[in-house]
Structures are given as structure tokens and as C-alpha cells.
Design a protein around this ligand. Structure first.
Ligand SMILES: *Cc1c(COP(=O)(O)O)cnc(C)c1O
Length: 387
């Protein structure tokens, strides 16, 4: 017997299937640090966000195990109850120093941080806060804007004239202004112009919130992110599950910002603290990342080689200048077919489809790593020629 709900769900799933938009979970395994599919076949991983290979680093794994052994498998409560330990505060201090900010606060995930910090910020001060958000901002930022129930204006991607227009039209209205952007955009791999955004924010009395999920560890001085390059960003958010190879997220900024979030941010207050193993992994990566210049150079070279090869074959790479390199295909079905052909050649480059990206821009999204050596890159480029 199927319930009415199940029948409706099955109809919706069938519609997704027909549109080539149905998503399915696939199991992978990492054996000796190499990606394998369910059948055990080794694939060249061009889809993970483990940009520096840190999730497999011996020191990172060892410290995760050591801290779990010493402090236990889980944090027993939320941060304001008994979930804060000396190691939690020490990792937050280390993060703040890494980001060049007064203070930092750990979150369970980047999604949770964006979804809950943005609404918290929108509630500060008298009157309604107006939010200005880049059109390509991550789903978690969009979620945060909706949860804020504040007026949100979406400016065209990286179009600062459009943003300035909106800010001008808003001038004279009461309430605060908050500009939201990513420093490296997760699906296009291009960058925001943070110095120009800072100038705009200053001119219009707005606060600037920057999501560094894909820049932290990879870009900026010693991998400290693009906000560290220019300074002055009010709220810097980043994740620890991508280049940091661990899990969780953080917000960094002034002491007042962090103390206020501790008091007023529900996604920080009403959730269990990160477990010791995660803190250990993050602690180790914070020791390693500043010194990984060789890996960052290798990653930039890999990315440039891939972009050059794609340009030669007339693929649109959408202004990518980072380790995220899209190759726009168009329809969902064609993008899936291209991903399948690459996989036949031993390359895992997952197809990204709507609603993650706009209709008609389904693509292969390459996310490269510094651990892809010359042989792996050569195989990747050869497979492209056969597409
Ligand atoms: C991945 C991502 C997040 C979410 O971070 P998680 O820690 O994976 O939840 C937030 N913002 C951007 C831009 C991302 O790419």
C-alpha cells in the first residue's frame, strides 16, 4: 500500500527523470588515497573539493585520531552548555590568526553558517536591513536571505554597476545595508572584485559579507583567502570541508561580531559542538596550509592547463581563473553523456545541472587538486580530445 504522499512523490520523481534532472547517490571509496567507484575501479578525481589533498594527509588523519582518543568521539552538548573545550577555543584563535581577524567562531557546516548568520545579521539595529546578493551566490546564502525575511535585491553576477544602481536607489531609506558575495564562485570558478566591492560598501554605508568556501587555503597570501588580501571585509565566512580537507565552517571578523553571534545566532547556539576528531583535523591543516605554496602553484598550473585545453576545443569556461573550471555543454542530457564518456576514460568529472545552474548551462564542473600529477593531467586532457 502506498500513501497518497508516496504516490505524489513518485510522480514528481518521474518528472525529474523525464527532464534528466533526477539526482542519485553513488558510493565511492578512497583506498590508499585514490578514488574508486563501486566496482573498485580507480578514477582520476576531478570533482572533489579537496584542493590540496589534505583529507588524506598523514598529519591531519593522525591528529584527528589522537584528539578523538584523548577527548572522546563526540562533543557532549552545544557550545554554550558543555560543548566548549580548551581545544575548541584554541582552534578558533588559530583560525582568527590565519584569517587575520580579531576573532573566529566555528560552525557545524557552511550551509548552516550562511543559513543562520545572515538572518541574524539582518536583525541588528533599528529598521529593516536591505540585503544585496550576487545572482550566483550559493544555495545556502539564498536560504539565509529567505530566512532573514528582509528585502533582498539580487544584482547580476559580478556586475558592480548594477549593484551600485541598487544601492543608489536605496539611498536615504532607513535601516542597514548588507552586501553578500562569494570570493570564488562555486559553479563558475571566477572571482569577485573585493577591493571594488569594499569601496562600494564604504560609499553606501553597507557591511560586506564574503563567503570564502573555495578560496580559503587556495588563494590569497599563504592561502588565507581573498579577503585577507585586501582587509576590511566585515564578515568573512569559510568552510573547513573543502581545501581544509576536514569538516565544518567558520565566521571570522571583529570581536564584537563573534561575541554577538555567540549570543544571538540560533545556528550556533542550538546545535551540538564539533567533535574532537574534526577539531584535530582542522588544527593540523591550520599548521600545514600556510606552508603549502608548492601545492598552490601546482594547482594553479593544473587549472591553467585545463582551461587552455578547453579553450582550444571552444568550450566556454565562464571566466574561471581558479581551480574550479566549468565546461559548459548546454542540455542536461548532453552534459550527462559527456560525463559518462569521460568516466569511461577513467576521469570523474561530475555533470552539474539545473537547478544548481541556470537552464541551458548544464556543464562539466572540474574541481582540480594539487595532487593531480603530470600523468593524471595528461590523461585528463587526452580524454577531452575524445569528447
Ligand atoms: C560548499 C559551500 C558552502 C557550504 O559549506 P558546507 O560546509 O559544505 O556546508 C557554502 N558556500 C559555498 C560557496 C560553498 O561552495
Amino acid at each position: 500500500m502506498h500513501s497518497t504522499l508516496d504516490i505524489l512523490l513518485q510522480q514528481q520523481l518521474a518528472a525529474l527523470d523525464a527532464a534528466h534532472r533526477r539526482r542519485r547517490l553513488r558510493p565511492f571509496s578512497w583506498v590508499d588515497g585514490r578514488l574508486r567507484d563501486a566496482g573498485g575501479r580507480v578514477l582520476i578525481d576531478a570533482s572533489s573539493n579537496d584542493y590540496l589533498g589534505l583529507s588524506q594527509h598523514p598529519l591531519v588523519k593522525a591528529r584527528a585520531a589522537e584528539w578523538a582518543e584523548r577527548h572522546g568521539a563526540g562533543a557532549p552538548a552545544s557550545r554554550l552548555v558543555t560543548g566548549t573545550r580548551d581545544i575548541t577555543l584554541a582552534v578558533e584563535e588559530k583560525l582568527a590568526a590565519f584569517k587575520g581577524c580579531e576573532a573566529a567562531l566555528l560552525f557545524s557546516s557552511g550551509f548552516q553558517a550562511n543559513a543562520t548568520v545572515i538572518p541574524s545579521l539582518a536583525r541588528v539595529g533599528a529598521g529593516e536591513t536591505a540585503i544585496f546578493s550576487d545572482a550566483l551566490n550559493h544555495a545556502s546564502i539564498v536560504h539565509g536571505c529567505r530566512a532573514a525575511r528582509a528585502q533582498t535585491q539580487v544584482f547580476r553576477h559580478n556586475d558592480l554597476d548594477h549593484l551600485e544602481d541598487m544601492l543608489r536607489r536605496h539611498a536615504g531609506k532607513p535601516g542597514r545595508r548588507l552586501i553578500l558575495t562569494e570570493s570564488v564562485f562555486s559553479m563558475d570558478g571566477d572571482r569577485a572584485d573585493l577591493p571594488a566591492l569594499l569601496q562600494l560598501a564604504e560609499r553606501h554605508g553597507a557591511a560586506l559579507y564574503v563567503d570564502e568556501a573555495h578560496a580559503s587555503g587556495v588563494l590569497g597570501p599563504q592561502g588565507r583567502g581573498l579577503a585577507a588580501e585586501c582587509g576590511g571585509v566585515d564578515i568573512v565566512m569559510g568552510t573547513l570541508g573543502k581545501a581544509f580537507g576536514a569538516f565544518g565552517a567558520y565566521v571570522a571578523g571583529s570581536r564584537a561580531l563573534i561575541d554577538w553571534l555567540v549570543n544571538c545566532c540560533p545556528g550556533f547556539i542550538y546545535t551540538t559542538a564539533l567533535p574532537p576528531a574534526v577539531l584535530g583535523a582542522v588544527d593540523a591543516t591550520l599548521d600545514l596550509v600556510p606552508g603549502m605554496e608548492r601545492e598552490r602553484v601546482q594547482l594553479a598550473q593544473n587549472s591553467q592547463r585545463l582551461r587552455d585545453a578547453l579553450a582550444l576545443r571552444n568550450y566556454d569556461t565562464l571566466g574561471s581563473t581558479t581551480q574550479i573550471v566549468p565546461a559548459v555543454i548546454g542540455s542536461e542530457a548532453d552534459a550527462l553523456a559527456a560525463a559518462r564518456r569521460l568516466e569511461d576514460a577513467g576521469i570523474l568529472a561530475v555533470a552539474i545541472r539545473p537547478p544548481t545552474v541556470a537552464a541551458g548551462t548544464s556543464r562539466l564542473r572540474f574541481a582540480l587538486g594539487s595532487h593531480l600529477d603530470d600523468e593524471a593531467m595528461a590523461r585528463l586532457l587526452a580524454a577531452l580530445s575524445d569528447l
